[in-house]
Each structure stands twice: as C-alpha cells, then as structure tokens.
Write a protein that binds this ligand. Structure first.
Ligand code: FE2
Length: 290
C-alpha cells in the first residue's frame, strides 16, 4: 500500500496524509482508501480537502449509492429543509442562518450517541462529512468503536445478545430533538422504524459489532420494557467506555469518513452562535443489517 497514514487510536481509525480528492481521483487511490477504511475499523480522517459539493458527492459515490440520489430514498422529510438546495445528496449541518433568517443547516445535529439513519431497513453505511467552516475551538465529534465494544464483552453476555434484535425508531430522537413545527408527523411510523440484530456482522470484514444506540433504539424485540431498558442501559454504558473512543478536533477542510456499521458518534455542541460552523454530509445507503 502506498498510502501514508497514521493510526488515530491503537484499535481503530487512521489519518491519511498527502492525498488530494479534488475532481476524479484514480481508481487505485479509491481502492486503497476503501481497503484502509475497512482495515482500521471504519474511521478515516483526511485534512486539507478543498472540495466543491460536486467533488464531495463524486467521491462519496465510491462507497455506494447516496440518500437523495436519483431513484434512491431521501433522508427523513423532517430534515429536508437542511438539504442543499442544488444537491439533494448533501445534508447541511450549521448554526448559521441566511439573510432571510432561515437556517442554512441543522443546528445541534447529532448531539447524542447514535449511528446515522439506523431506523431505516437499509441504514447508512458510510457518512462522509466535510468541515467547510469550523469554530477555532469546540464542536468536536466523538466516535465509539463498536467492534471493540462487542469483542470486549464476556462469552456469557455475547451468547445472550447474539440472537437478539432491537427496534430502531426515528420517533425516539424526533420527539426530543425536533421542535413541533419542524417535525414532519409523516416521518413517524413504519418508514422510519426497523428491526435490526443487536450484533451485526460487517458485510466486508466479517467482524461483529454492537448495533444499538441511545439516539434511535427503542426496545429489544420480545422483551418487556423493564427487561429491555435494563439490558440496553448496560450496553449503552459499556459501548462508550473511554478505551473505545476517539475525539476528533475539526480543522477547516477536514473530510471524515466513518462507518455507521462499526461506530457510533456524538457531536459536541459547546460552541456559540457567533462562532460559525458549516458542514456538508453525504450519506451512503448500506445493506440490511445481518
Ligand atoms: Fe450523525
């Protein structure tokens, strides 16, 4: 492999150096990035990428079809107001407003532990986030390695959860994260609700990861509420142990690629509105978890 990179933690993540993704990158470079991404557990940082929205979309399509692509489903209607007006594949995250006072992106997106779009039957695999304007300090994103979280469990606990499934439901986050007039009621229901195995096997690497998250998981199938809450609370506490985490401090033009099948993330909102932040995300549609 000719890519220059350094690990971000002993167990997952890598920062790649000396690549430029503008325009059409070579097939071999893309292949090396994809291989490394899988090899390091699904978190890649590439700094100093001056990309247009089109560059970002073209690069992201190497990972798979995108939410918002022609003939593919969009994200939930509730976030349609944050989608780029010219590029339906781009979800905008920002604390800024335009000259009419309309938000130019979702403020406070993902300020809870979650795996993107886990409430769909085919949830997100890669999310590819480009930091176009970032505050001088604050607004970090924290990632939790769910492959390590699973492998660290005892044989006994693995045998309990290996055969279990849990429901993921957009309504869980929607009711607490979105104000009334913004939440589109039509998003509540079967189209944003899905049953997934608690332990999923990665389609490429074959590694197992925990796949429940406090943001969207509602309950464990076949358990009563008390039983479900007890087990989920244990798993939630376990899966964010400090040794599973990496905290990314953003710089302008950082491009982050994470795998929602193997990681959870948390957006830290500790910056003020007078510190502008603007990011664009492409979200790759994944396979049905198994
Ligand atoms: Fe997210």
């Amino acid at each position: 492999m000719s890519l220059k990179f350094e690990p971000l933690t002993p167990d997952f993540g890598a920062e790649i150096f000396g690549v430029n993704l503008i325009g059409n990158s070579s097939d071999s470079l893309i292949e090396e990035i994809l291989d490394l991404w899988n090899e390091v557990g699904g978190l890649i940082v590439i700094r100093d990428q001056i990309l247009t929205s089109e560059d970002h979309i073209n690069f992201s399509r190497n990972f798979g079809p995108l939410f918002g692509d022609l003939n593919n489903p969009p994200l939930q209607d509730t976030v349609s107001r944050y989608i780029h007006p010219h590029f339906p594949q781009i979800y905008r995250v920002s604390n800024q407003t335009d000259n009419k006072g309309e938000p130019i992106g979702r403020k406070g997106a993902g300020t809870y532990w979650h795996s993107d779009v886990s409430f769909r039957e085919c949830p997100a695999q890669a999310s590819i986030l480009h930091g176009k304007v970032v505050p001088p300090v604050g607004g970090d994103t924290i990632f939790a390695n769910q492959t390590k979280a699973y492998s660290s469990l005892s044989k006994g606990m693995k045998s309990i959860i290996d055969s279990l499934s849990a429901w993921h439901d957009f309504e869980i986050a929607a009711r607490t994260q979105y104000a009334k007039p913004i939440l589109v009621e039509d998003d509540i229901g079967v189209k944003n609700r899905a049953l997934h195995p608690i332990v999923r096997t990665h389609a490429v690497t074959g590694k197992k990861s925990l796949y429940v998250n406090p943001g969207f998981t509602s309950h464990i199938e076949g358990f009563n509420n008390e039983e479900s809450e007890l087990l989920l609370e244990f798993l939630y506490e376990h899966c964010i142990r400090p040794e599973f985490l990496h905290r990314h401090r953003w710089k302008k033009n950082d491009l982050l690629i994470w795998d929602n099948r193997t990681t959870m993330h948390y957006a830290v909102m500790d910056y003020q509105d007078d510190q502008p932040r603007y990011m664009e995300r492409c979200t790759v549609i994944g396979e049905r978890p198994a």
